[in-house]
Write a protein that binds this ligand. Structure first.
Ligand code: NAD
Length: 256
């Protein structure tokens, strides 16, 4: 379905980003990966799906590096047809204890990077008359939890950015939508499981159950594969008129 298209997924060396990259590659999209840590493993996993894979190590805190990544993607593949703004970090603390530098980093990576990549991707998509921008927000783009001020502020911002981008392109072939997962068992969440286990003297399994039980009525983690399938839907012809939604995959979290 996506043969001949190019996707760029930020923060795709791990977790949800890698899951979405693999789902889009399985549909034939060539891929630009980004993110820190092991690069060869994720590159090989995506290449095994029979598409061309490139990588750029831009730090999503830095607008100039984001611009270099977008230029590199255009140089490699002509243009970016599908942009997935996924890179994200978390920090948990009450507002009065929240380290200002963590606030700045979360706003830069989880919100501003999506703005920069979007503004740089749009002109080529508009000229081509087709494009898909998919923003990884969170259920925390819809509702709040204590001790996550920067994350909740950034994710609500991502939902707002999604709606504006969708509206400005509503009469053209470029759509923009947000995905709002509940708990997904990636390294980002495993850190929160570990913190709970340490604080309460629980096993890993007990801490996971507690985490799910506090928020997610299904008592199940959403998987990167399920999120990948939603991203593929947004890119499909059936997604042509899906514009500006914030679609939760959260086991009923926000329905409460
Ligand atoms: P993860 O920690 O597994 O992956 C994060 C990715 O972002 C990694 O590839 C990492 O290298 C990259 N990254 C981090 N800082 C970066 C930077 N400065 N520049 C470039 N890349 C950077 O996390 P994940 O759980 O897969 O999260 C992916 C996205 O999904 C995030 O935006 C997160 O907020 C969102 N999300 C996650 C959950 C969850 O439960 N895991 C729920 C809702 C939303």
């Amino acid at each position: 379905m996506l043969k001949g298209k190019t996707a760029l997924v930020t923060g795709s060396t791990s977790g949800i980003g890698l899951g979405i990259a693999k789902a889009l590659a399985a549909q034939g999209a060539n891929m630009v990966l980004n993110g820190f840590g092991d690069v060869d493993g994720p590159k090989a996993e995506v290449a095994a799906l029979g598409v061309q894979v490139a990588y750029h190590g831009a730090d999503m805190r830095k607008p100039d590096e984001i611009a270099a990544m977008m230029a590199y993607a255009a140089e490699q593949f002509g243009r970016v047809d599908i942009l997935v703004n996924n890179a994200g970090i978390q920090h948990v603390a009450r507002v009065e204890n929240f380290p200002p530098e963590r606030w700045d980093a979360i706003i830069a990576i989880n919100l501003s990077s999506a703005f920069h990549a979007t503004r740089l991707a749009l002109p080529a998509m508009q000229a081509a008359g087709w494009g898909r921008i998919i923003n990884l927000a969170s259920v925390h783009g819809l509702v709040a939890s204590a001790e996550k001020a920067a994350y909740v502020a950034a994710k609500h911002g991502v939902v707002g950015l999604t709606k504006v981008t969708a509206l400005e392109n509503a009469t053209g072939g470029v759509t923009c939508n947000a995905i709002c997962p509940g708990w997904v068992l990636t390294p980002l969440v495993q850190k929160q499981v570990d913190a709970k286990a340490a604080a309460l003297g629980l096993s890993n399994e007990e801490a996971k159950k507690l985490l799910l039980g506090e928020k997610e009525p299904s008592l199940q983690f959403t998987t990167p594969e399920e999120l990948g399938a939603l991203a593929v839907f947004f890119c499909s012809p059936a997604g042509n008129n899906v514009r500006g939604v914030a679609w939760n995959m959260d086991g009923g979290w926000a329905a409460q």
